[in-house]
Design a protein around this ligand. Structure first.
Ligand SMILES: [Zn+2]
Ligand SMILES: [Zn+2]
Length: 338
């Protein structure tokens, strides 16, 4: 029996009668993480990891009907034993483990296998069937080390500061921004953040994650002397808006896994691109799939066809596609409005 099937409302667990990251309003929703395409408004009841509570309440509603579980803490519903396990994607992100009559399925949500210091590291979970994302499921995607990327970002910032101009770094407001903050060299200058970023920083800090001190952009006026040496973190939607005027002369850059493709950077029209993703790269996806020991793999959002074919032909696995409506928060062209 399949513990998860694709329905028009989302991924559904028939014996448990609940959905995982549904994209339409349903009675019972199990949420893997708080990105907008996975955690939506309007569910009758939400179940999520304890670490995701602050972000969910700040993004959906403070009084949302939310029940939480610590990582590894099981709950039983209609005979289905459910638990959350770290996915290493953003604060609170979880894989969902389901066990029913000896059968084990794990739904990954979005995940990244390299630990980053801003959320619990990815933990492989043994299962019979693994539902994996495939956002960067092409062999061309192989991330440089994080240390290397942070060195590049800090060097770029330092060089701009030496030339007396601000550095504007566009990045997704939840997850990516906090990860960048965590890796910045705060001795270079002030760190300024957009209004979409600061409320999330607060939740991370309350969760015990170290982020350097930040200045809210709204508190700065044009010509503020701090701006000459500052780095500014802003969502891509702020690019080209009047909001940018206060920064005077600035250099800009974009941080995303898609920056591996030269064409993407050109389309964004920024000076620099930094290859930094909160998703597993191709070797990471294959490693994670292998670690689960699963013989059956269901592939969701991303390069579904390529990964399915590779798993079938090269790994001899029973791989299939799952139709979903998840977007891609790492994609500059599909940003939710913030
Ligand atoms: Zn995500
Ligand atoms: Zn996703």
């Amino acid at each position: 029996m399949d513990l998860v099937v694709a329905r028009p409302e989302g991924l559904y667990c028939p014996p448990g009668d609940f959905y995982i990251d549904p994209w339409r309003p349903v009675e019972r929703a199990v949420i893997t993480h708080a990105h907008g395409d996975h955690a939506r408004w309007g569910m009758g009841h939400y179940l999520a990891s304890r670490d995701s509570e602050g972000i969910l309440r700040s993004r959906i509603a403070a009084d949302m009907p939310l029940q939480t579980l610590a990582y590894g803490e099981p709950i039983e519903h209609h005979g289905v034993r459910l638990s959350f396990h770290p996915a290493g994607h953003v604060l609170g992100s979880a894989q969902v483990r389901l066990e029913y009559k000896g059968e084990v399925w794990v739904a990954s949500g979005d995940y990244k296998v390299e630990p980053d210091g801003t959320c619990a590291p990815f933990e492989p979970v043994r299962c019979h069937t693994f539902i994996t994302e495939s956002t960067f499921g092409l062999p061309i995607y192989k991330w440089p080390s994080q240390a290397e990327i942070f060195r590049e970002i800090n060097d770029w910032w330092r060089a701009n500061a030496a030339a007396g101009r601000a550095s504007v770094l566009f990045c997704y407001a939840f997850g990516k921004a906090q990860r960048i903050l965590h890796g910045l060299d705060e001795s270079i200058g002030s760190i300024v953040v957009h209004g979409a970023v600061e409320p999330l920083n607060k939740v991370y800090r309350e969760g015990g994650i170290y982020l350097p001190p930040t200045v809210y952009a709204g508190d700065l006026k044009k010509g503020d002397p701090r701006l000459k040496h500052a780095i500014i973190l802003a969502p891509p939607s702020a690019g080209g808006s009047t909001w940018m005027r206060r920064f005077g002369d600035y250099a800009d850059a974009f941080a995303s896994g898609w920056m591996m493709l030269r064409g993407t950077r050109r389309r964004r029209g920024v000076d620099r691109g930094f290859v930094l993703s909160d998703h597993a790269d191709w070797p990471g996806l294959l490693w994670a799939i292998e670690q689960t020991g699963a013989e059956r793999v269901m592939v969701t959002h991303g390069s579904v066809a390529v990964l399915v074919r590779y798993l079938r032909e090269m790994r001899g696995l029973d791989a299939q596609a799952f139709e979903t409506e998840y977007g891609d928060e790492d994609d500059a062209t599909s940003q939710e409005a913030e």
